[in-house]
Structures are given as structure tokens and as C-alpha cells.
Design a protein. Sequence first.
Length: 365
Amino acid sequence: MRKKAFVFAAVAVFVFSAILSISSALAAEKKVIRWKMTSTWPPSIDLIQADQAFVKAVNQICKGRLEIKFFTGGTLMPSYEVFDAVSKGTIEASGDWPNYWAGKDPVFDTLGSYPMGLTPVDYLVWYYNGGGKAIYDEAYGKFGMVYLVTGVTPMESGIRSNKPVRSLQDLKGMKIRMSGKTQGMLLKDLGAAQVALSGQEIYQALQKGVVDAAEFSSPSCDWGMGFQEVTKYWAVPGWHQPASVMGVMINKKVWDSLDKDLQEDIRYAAQAASMEFFCKQYYDTIESTQKFIKKGIKITRYDDEVLDTILKLTNKHTEATAKENPLFKKSMQSQMKFKKDFSQWRAMEVPFQFGFNPTEYPKLD
């Protein structure tokens, strides 16, 4: 009897130990990885929606495996410090606009936007299918980071001012808030002066006459920042930024520590965010453009001479920088090859290329 009791007890202990081991293994498998992520954008600037869409998608797709806690721009650190913070591993990830880091390497001036350069659709197709991703990987990889595109804006609004701007003569002598290293060189060539201001400083600078004109982002973003209250004119097109790419920087050591399937799911989350942000930005642009017009903002358009001159000047600066920086050259060669390959089909798409304005509409009322 005692022998049977002993055997039973031994079996019970074995089963209990086995269950405990399995439970511990399952608990280990279910351990959630937690990241902190911030942004270059404060909540008042709607470009932050790309970062928010990415965080939402990751937390849904990777539920139970990875959880990102998001902090808006400026809450953990000043926005200009996020690049180094992610690079050093102080924080796992941050949203950004690549051109902000052109001072670290000129190649970044090509990855967020470029004067007379890629359009929103161009950037997305180039990034996913035209060799662009490898350029981003190399550029951010030099600083110990992985990069995922999370959105692209429509063409930047253009210059907002209190005098009409149509010609090269109109630009001369103007103090213009404009981002971008190459953009600053172009303004100098055109007889204007670049003024560096953060997005949050633009409204007051226009209001007090510190600058004569300013650009920031898409019409929806510009409307949200109140530029309709301090300007009367809007000069189009936005040659300085035909599109703007948003993305997330991820510390490479953190990224490499993840399972391949989790990495793949995060990439899918970035693609989902890109589509959400792209569509929302475009629809908001439609509404915001109508708001500017109803507010009485007068829209002017540059004459062909201005755009032809700017293209020639842009090419001059592109060639000069390419001689100095191999990765900048590699990026621009890749982009120009893409544009050339795309050119025949782009010409064939006219007038239906990403939209068609009919000369008349059917009467459906």
C-alpha cells in the first residue's frame, strides 16, 4: 500500500513539474516586448498622424508580442535630439522627416523631399519597388538604425505671403522660411534669403513680419497652423517639396533582436500606416484647399520661366553635391533612373495621371 502511495506521489510530482515547466515556457513565449517611441512632431502639427498610424498598426498586428508606447514630439526630448537618441539606443524608435538630418549626411536631403524631385506616388513606388529602400537602409544604417516609410504627403502647399509671387523678380529680396539645405541654396540663387524656423515659430514670424513668406507642409497642415489668418497669397506649385516622406527610425540592435516574423509584421504595419496617412492627407488637402479659397486667400501660379530656371539651378547643385558625397550621388542616380524609366508611361497617362479635371461635368442634380 505504501509502495503504491509512493508511486502515486512521485507521478503527481512529475506531472505537476511538467505542467509548471510548460506554463513557464508559455509565459516566456507570451512575454511582451515594450518599446518607447517619440516623434519630431508635436500634437499641434498633423504630420504626427503618420507616427500615430504606425503605432496603432503595430499594436494591433503585433498584439501580445510587441507594444509601443508613443510620446508626442518634445515630451521626452527636444525634436532635434531624436536622431541621436535612436542611434545610441536611448529610445527604441522615433518618427521623423529625413531632410532634418542633412547636416549629418547630404544624402538625407534626397530622402524626405527634393526640389523639382519625386512626387508622392514616385516616392512610394521608388521606395518599395524601384530600389529606394536599399538607399534608406544604407543611409540610416551608417548611424545604427533601420528605417521604415510610414507615409507621404501631397505636394507641399507652396509659399504663403502677403504679396503676390509669380515671377523671379517677385522673389528677389524676400526673407522666406523654407526647410532644406538645397532649397536654401536655391533661394540664394534667386535673390531671396532662407530663414530657419521651426514649424511652431512660423505663425508669429509671419504675423510680426520677421519673414516675408513661409512654407511648411500640405494645405491641411498649413490650415491647422492658422496661416490663413496671417497671409493673403498662396503661390503654387510647391517646387521646393513636391512631396514629403515620413518614416520611423528604429535602433538597429533593437531591430536585430526581434524574430524575423515579428520584423515582417512591423514592416506590414508600416505599409498599412503609409496607406492610411497618404489617403487621409490627400482627402484633407481637398477640404483645406476649399477652406483657403473661401477665406479669400488668393492663389497665384509661377510662370514657366520661374520653374525652368529653378530646374536648371537644382541640377547645378545636384551635380556639385554628387561630386562631394558618394551616397548622395547613389541616391540621386537611383531616383533619376526611376524617373527616366517612368517617363514614357507618365507621358502616356496624361491627362489622367493621378487625376483629371474635366472641362465639363454631367448634370446629375
